[in-house]
Structure formats: structure tokens, C-alpha cells
Design a protein around this ligand. Sequence first.
Ligand code: SAH
Ligand code: SF4
Ligand code: F3S
Length: 475
Amino acid sequence: MHGLNIKTHNEPQLTSMNESQKPGRKKLFIKTFGCQMNVYDSARMADALDGEGYVPAATPEGADLVILNTCHIREKAAEKVFSELGRLRALKEARAKDSARMLIGVAGCVAQAQGEHIMQRAPVVDLLFGPQAYHLLPELEKRARRGERVIEMNFPAQDKFNQLPDINIAAKNPPVTAFLAIQEGCDKFCTFCVVPYTRGAEYSRPVARIIDEARKLAAKGAREITLLGQNVNAWHGEGEGGTWGLGRLLHALGEIEGLERLRYTTSHPRDMDDELLEAHKNLPQLMPYLHLPVQSGSDRILKAMNRRHTAAEYLRIIDKIRKYRPDIAMASDFIVGFPGETDADFADTLKLVREVNYAQAYSFKYSERPGTPAAEREDQVPEELRTARLAELQDVLNSQQGAFNAARIGKTMDILFDRPGRQDGQIAGRSPYMQAVHVQGPSELMGGFASVTISSAGVKSLGGELVSKAEGARA
Ligand code: SAH
Ligand code: SF4
Ligand code: F3S
């Protein structure tokens, strides 16, 4: 699955699956947790193993290699690794009874953070590697197959990006909406967050490689590309005329034939420069949706989080962008119950939310992460209070999201259809504002745009009727 999937954090996702009937091919099953970067990485792991004779399988049963691509962002996400490994152990034993060997690999951010611990606690794991090592996968797999228990956690991100094979998944399963990682790692060190430790220092991929990958994706049928990075707008690179920022890069990508939609995620308020803000006005391919996490509306908490901006500075960015693109759909992440958060701090968050009026949001209870400064603090907020605040915040956010969606009723929008809908005869896609839209329609429309008049709206998705096929249309 390479569809554009908005942040799921905790929800596992399956990587592009097409069970091969060919005999003699080894079966690969990858289960992906966490952010879109992990979704992208899983697709690249499948690429790297393609040359080794591995084909993607739809289920772990009977697979020759199962990889869990893990997420360490919150405690719940990290805990999933061990429950998954328990389930896989039974499958591995069943496979051994058939005299076949199922290798089990753990990848991603939990592997990076807790590698040794996992190897000790879970003998079922054959190979373990961090997010910077997946280009080494063919070699690691060979060693594991020879019976070695392999652990690999090298770091420099540029090695990974430069040594990966060209995208070939797209050739088998052309993605209409594709991810393209342009930046990885984080130097911001928010006091609650594990990402700087699991993904390492900020690294920007060079302009030429990004453009080359985008061209290939477009040639293989991608109509929409989402640029990915832990801090995607910290991206910079040397291009024509000097150093480029993300705004300049987006303009260059906008010139690629066939690419009708561009998006980027996740951005940090500190790195929203004018050229990027202006791209929302000048670049028609850039979709009117911006995920700009604020985490809290309290300056005191923002400071303690080391976010390095105030609530007022954040609101000023949104004012600016709304001047350029009045209809922009704003999205954010929130953390409630950060250590020391008082009722007054939480009230500031609600106030900011009311002021911005979000189209979409992801909100979480603060989760103590080992090794981060905030986890050491004595003034942790009681669990019940975190739960109550989350419920209160989500009420407001859901009603804003519902209102944003309901305001589309009666309007006609271009939808990029990329997947079957929930019910028979339905297809689903995304509006320019990232809303999920379901219609009754022929599956041939998947992979392209069509005009849809919206007739119903819920908090999570819209329903509508096809107007006509509008090839190449954009917002
Ligand atoms: N680089 C992105 C965020 C990546 S993590 C950014 O700066 O916006 C995705 C989200 O997970 C964060 O925005 C935050 O809301 C949430 N998150 C991260 N660490 C967390 C923790 N310890 N507890 C709860 N939520 C957390
Ligand atoms: Fe984590 Fe902050 Fe970096 Fe985002 S900016 S990845 S929240 S440390
Ligand atoms: Fe999770 Fe790592 Fe992404 S911790 S959110 S998979 S960067």
C-alpha cells in the first residue's frame, strides 16, 4: 500500500502487497507502524530485497521473511513490538514443522532505541537493524539465513539514501500517490521526543536525486507526491543559483510533467520561510493543506518543550499563509499532559485551537520516553488528568473537523482516486484538502482525477457523486 495515508502513528500499515504465484520466489511480509517515513522505508526495504528473489506477501503466514518496521514515539507504539513477536513465534514454529525457515526481522525506531534489549528478550528475532541500515538488508538477510543472529545499527543517513536501488516497486504496482523522502533526522530536540535519537541528525538529500526520483515516480503513474521528512521544511540543498529551500524545490518539482499535486509533511513552525509560504500562493500544484504541529498553546509549555517559538509566532505564520491561500486546511499535532501542564496552560491550548480552527488534528496524551529530558521531570501530570484533557481537546477538534467537512457539502472538487472504497462499487480518494472522499463509481477511475459534488460529510470522511471525469484537473 503506497496510498497517501495521513499520519497514523499507532495504526499498523501493510506495505504494497501482491502475492506472487511464481514458484521458487521467497515471500516477504512487512508490517509497518508509525509515521509515513516508515511507510516509505518499508517500500524501500521491499525494493532492496527484490533483487534477492523476495516478493511481497499479503499475510505473514508462510512468509520466508517477516519484518516489523517499528515506531518508538509513544509507549503504546513501542509495546506493540513484543506482542507482534509473540504472534510471529507461533507462525515461525508452524513453518519449521514444514521444514521451512521463517526469518524474523525488527527494523525501525524501536530497533534503533532498544536493539540489544529486543535481541535478549526475544530469541525469535533473527535480524535487527535501525532506520539507517536498510540498504544493507540483502547482506544482513544472507547472514541471518546462514544462521547468524544479526544486529546492525550504523548511522549516517546519506549512506542509506545513496546506496538504495532505484525505485522499482512502482513498476509493479504504480502508486498514484507516492511518498518521497527528502530529509531525515532531527536536530530540534524537543524535550518529549525520541526522534533525534532514533533517526539521528538532520540530513537533506541532494536536489538532483530528489528530482530524479520524482521524475521516475511521475513516469510510472504518480500524480501526487508527498515530500517526507521529520522536519521536511528544514530541507535545503545546492541547486541552480545557490542554496535552495523547500519552496524552491517545490517549484522545481512543479515543472515535472504529470505531477498534478504536491504536498509536504511534517513541517516545523521555526522553518516556515517566506519562499515556502509564498509557494502556497504561486504554485498551483501545491495543495491547500498544511500540517504544522504546535503541540501546545501555552508559551510556558512551549518553552519547556523546547519548541523555540511562542503561540503568537505560530498564529502569525497562519495569518500569513491564510493571506496567500485563504482556503488552506490547517492541521496540527497536540500533546496534552506534558509535565507541569496546569489547567491554565491547557486552557491556552484550547484557546489557540479555537483561534486557528483546524481542519484536521492528531492529539496525544504525553508519554514518558526513556532518555528524553521531559521524562526525568518530577512534575508528571496524573494519568486521569491526561485522559480528561485529551477527551476535552478532541471534542473541540472533532467538531472543528466536522464543520470543515460539512462546509464542503454542495461544492464540487477534484478528487484523486487511489483505492477501493469501504463498500462494494465504491472508490475512494482525497480532496485537495486531504479529506477522504467516497463515491459510487467504476474502479477504472482509480489512478486519476474526477470531479465530485459533495453530498454528505462526517468527521472522518465525505461522500459525494461523480460529476464527470476531469483529466488533469487540480484544485
Ligand atoms: N517532527 C514532527 C513530529 C514527529 S512525532 C514535528 O516536530 O512536528 C509526531 C507527533 O507525535 C508529534 O508531533 C507529537 O505530537 C507526538 N509525540 C512525539 N513524542 C511524544 C510523546 N513523548 N508523547 C506524546 N506524543 C508525542
Ligand atoms: Fe521530535 Fe521535535 Fe524533532 Fe519533531 S521537531 S521530530 S517533535 S524533536
Ligand atoms: Fe515513530 Fe520513528 Fe516515525 S519513532 S513516528 S517511526 S520517526
